[in-house]
Design a protein around this ligand. Structure first.
Ligand SMILES: [Zn+2]
Length: 397
């Protein structure tokens, strides 16, 4: 269905316009959900419907390419305990699995929908959502189905990822047996039902080995799923090189990445997705953002909003943390949270940039300059949001 062309105009900063980066005194024409023209306001093609955004900073809609919203229960007590010296071992994942399995469909769908609504309210227009708190074929299928159903009630773009290999469930007779379930039962079932675009593995010390991840991700690729990894978070395992070898869309976390790993990622098409939230929460060091950028890697930023190690899906906060603590400029951080995020989802060029032909996902902020993301650390809010050229009503935070 075609809609009447819309012209957005402003006197302030338009961030993410290509090829110039930032335009001032600008106009963006939108037709049929896509950007059809970008340039100086004085040269804009005529149209009846004009929205003037004044001095507001306008950016592509933010992209959160790594979240875990399909869970029930509360593990805030663990965050408190960690600060009293209790080490993180990942064991809490099984507490969330128990609570999630006990939750009914309505309860879980509502929880996911609330989390999507919060993300939208902070300017996220595309979000990747993982399963991974079910850990059986039926429960992982249920989580992915409920993510899909929850997204029906929220106007944002959702990409689903199977994370059956998040932890080994307590009823598994062996680690090996569970890897076989994921490889031979779960992946074929999810692919056949069309419930996910990607498969992910928590490839780290105490979870799934590089050999396990190789088996799982090769099966996923054979079933037509894209692949991505939780890599090099707790220990340097070689998972970054595995991601490169398998052609993964993204390797995520990377706190323990060394110079050889930086070089491997930078020489590949695999996006380095950095997650400052859990890195700060867990206190195990920050990922080498500066080295990755200087080496020419494509870097994405994402929240990793999850049940136990970071509870916020605020991408403005994530951008602010990356810019203030990870030696990224604000422009680099904002680019990583837009163009970088779509690259990590295999959608480079189609969103996350303001260029003719891209989808018209745009946010006007209550700020005049992108420096506000560093200055106000999470307290930068969307004034107005468009997804596919349609203005969406921001739910209250
Ligand atoms: Zn994660």
């Amino acid at each position: 269905m075609s809609t009447e062309p819309l012209l957005l105009t402003g006197r302030g900063r338009l961030f993410g316009a290509q090829p110039s980066g930032v335009l001032t005194d600008w106009a963006v024409r939108i037709e049929d959900g896509l950007i059809s023209w970008v340039g100086p306001r004085g040269q804009a093609p005529g149209t009846d419907a004009i929205v003037d955004l004044g001095e507001a900073l306008v950016t592509p809609g933010l992209v959160d390419s790594h979240t875990h919203p399909a869970f029930a229960g509360d593990r805030s007590d663990e965050a408190g305990a960690r600060l009293e010296g209790v080490p993180y071992t990942g064991g809490g994942i099984l507490r969330t699995v128990a609570a999630t399995r006990a939750a009914g469909d309505d309860q879980l769908r509502r929880a996911i929908r609330d989390r999507l609504g919060k993300a939208l309210a902070t300017g996220t227009t595309t979000i990747e959502c993982k399963s991974g708190y079910g850990l059986s074929t039926d429960e992982e299928l249920r989580a992915l189905r409920l993510i899909g159903e929850a997204s029906q009630g929220v106007e944002m773009r959702v990409v689903r990822t199977l994370l059956g290999a998040h932890a080994v469930p307590p009823e598994a007779t062996s680690h090996e047996e569970y890897v076989t379930v994921v490889t031979e039962e779960m992946i074929p079932a999810v692919a056949a039902a069309g419930l996910a675009e990607f498969c992910d593995v928590f490839c780290d010390r105490g979870f799934f080995s590089v050999a396990d991840a190789t088996r799982i991700l090769e099966a996923a690729a054979a079933h037509g799923l894209g692949i991505r990894l939780h890599a090099e978070q707790l220990a340097r395992t070689g998972s970054a090189e595995l991601a490169v070898r398998l052609g993964a869309s993204s390797a995520d976390h990377l706190e323990q990445l060394d110079a050889a790993g930086v070089a491997a990622i930078a020489a590949s098409e695999t996006v380095a997705t950095l997650l400052p939230g859990p890195a700060i929460e867990l206190g195990g060091g920050l990922p080498p953002a500066r080295a990755l950028l200087d080496a020419g890697a494509t870097v994405a930023l994402a929240s990793d909003a999850n049940a136990g190690t970071f509870g916020s899906s605020s991408m403005p906060l994530v951008i602010g943390l990356a810019a203030t603590l990870m030696e990224m400029t604000v422009a680099e951080a904002l680019t990583a949270a837009t163009a970088g995020g779509v690259a990590a989802l295999g959608l480079a060029g189609r969103r996350g940039v303001i260029v003719a032909g891209a989808e018209a996902d745009l946010v006007a902020w209550d700020a005049e300059h992108e420096g506000a993301f560093a200055l106000r650390l999470g307290d930068v809010r969307p004034l107005r949001t468009w997804i596919g050229g349609r203005e969406v009503i921001n739910p209250p935070l």
